[in-house]
Design a protein around this ligand. Structure first.
Ligand code: NAD
Ligand code: TDX
Length: 331
């Protein structure tokens, strides 16, 4: 089987390629990635002999048409993915997340290629802290940021192309991922690399905001379960019952580093900051028989800290510029 992975040099995409190469020797993998600030070819170095990396943009219609025409399955991870960046400059989010998805959909429509669309739980907006509800596939879309609104728009394009043109598509909306190869602009790797440098973690606002953490490996086994056994045209929510508030995450990290649990700074909150995300993944578990493996968040976090300690050469080049950008924004 010939698989095209967009965004395969990013965090989740590169982990997906690693998992696929390990578990599915019959799959030929091509990665299409623009290698933006968030993409890194070295994330694919351990599997370089099994993967063809094409550096290119998903908005490039001719390139996308050729690569999709040579594939049996497209898994679309490529996106501008960071909320804080989208508040500073929304344009690349509109371009990549909306126009890029449109470009891929036109190509899979033309060539009749199976398509899986990777999306986020942020399309549903947020929940109150004291609300017992969780997101399901029936929750109305209500995105808050330029990032989440462009992801919501991309999901709606997929639904329309599936219904109107019969595109063979599935969609997954996953909660917050953590694990190896995550860009250090994101919450967990930012604090881990700060702590390695002896810098105090930075908590937005009071730190009460809740995210539903899932290990990237569990996200990717769920994606394969949907590709293998999911129903065409359906949307599946991916989550592993990992709700934690940001303060708890920072305190767990401080414990891992043997530091006092109040050794962090509160910084300016994010504009429009979503309060809580929570996923009901019942359908994925009951209909597709998927179960997460990383059910101990503390253990997953310790393994992730070890990965960043052991792979300083991977993240160090981006650290100073990432922190300079945050300093400018008051974060
Ligand atoms: P990331 O920012 O780490 O990686 C994105 C990758 O896409 C990078 O390699 C980048 O170079 C590439 N890319 C960006 N614009 C491109 C373009 N125009 N053409 C080709 N390649 C381009 O993101 P991530 O965290 O790995 O997220 C991957 C996907 O998963 C995204 O669609 C995101 O919305 C979704 N998602 C992420 C999370 C999370 O917690 N990180 C949770 C749920 C869903
Ligand atoms: O330094 C920080 N301090 C802090 O308190 C940073 C960078 C973040 N935060 C907070 C903001 C959020 O409440 O931590 C939480 C997580 O922040 P991010 O890592 O930026 O993730 P989030 O905005 O929740 O979005 C992530 O999960 C859903 C991914 O970036 C998205 O791509 C995905 O769709």
């Amino acid at each position: 089987m010939r698989l095209l992975v967009t965004g395969g040099a990013g965090f989740i995409g590169s982990n997906f390629v690693h998992t696929t190469v390990r578990d599915r020797p019959d799959v030929e993998v091509t990665v299409l990635d623009a290698l933006t600030y968030a993409g890194d070819a070295t994330s694919l170095a351990p599997v370089a002999d099994r993967v063809t990396l094409v550096q290119g943009d998903i908005t490039d219609g001719a390139l996308v048409d050729r690569l999709v025409g040579e594939s049996d399955l497209v898994v679309h991870f490529a996106a501008e993915s960071h909320n804080d960046n989208s508040l500073h400059d929304p344009w690349p989010f509109v371009q990549t997340n909306l126009i890029g998805t449109y470009t891929l959909l036109e190509a899979v429509r033309k060539h009749g290629v199976r398509y899986h669309h990777i999306s986020t739980d942020e399309v549903y907006g947020d929940l109150e802290l004291d609300d017992p509800a969780k997101f399901t596939a029936d929750t109305p879309y209500n995105p808050s940021s330029p990032y989440s609104s462009t992801k919501a728009g991309s999901d709606l394009l997929v639904r329309a192309w599936a219904r109107s043109f019969g595109v063979q598509a599935t969609i997954s909306n996953c909660s917050n991922n953590y694990g190896p190869y995550q860009h250090i602009e994101k919450f967990i790797p930012r604090q881990v690399t700060n702590l390695i440098d002896g810098v105090r973690p930075r908590l937005y606002g009071a730190g009460e905001n809740v995210r539903d953490w899932i290990h990237v490996e569990d996200h990717n086994t769920a994606v394969w379960a949907i590709i293998d056994r999911g129903q065409i045209g359906e949307t599946y929510l991916i989550g592993a019952d990992g709700e934690k508030n940001n303060l708890e995450v920072v305190q767990t990290l401080l414990e891992v580093f043997g530091r006092p649990t109040d050794d962090f700074d509160h910084v300016t909150d994010r504009a429009g900051h979503d309060m809580r995300y929570a996923i009901d993944a019942t359908r994925l578990r009951t209909e597709l028989g998927w179960e997460p493996t990383f059910t101990d968040f503390g253990a997953g976090l310790r393994a992730t800290v070890e990965w960043y300690r052991a792979n300083e050469a991977w993240w160090r080049p981006a650290k100073a510029a990432t922190e300079a950008k945050y300093a400018q924004a008051g974060h």
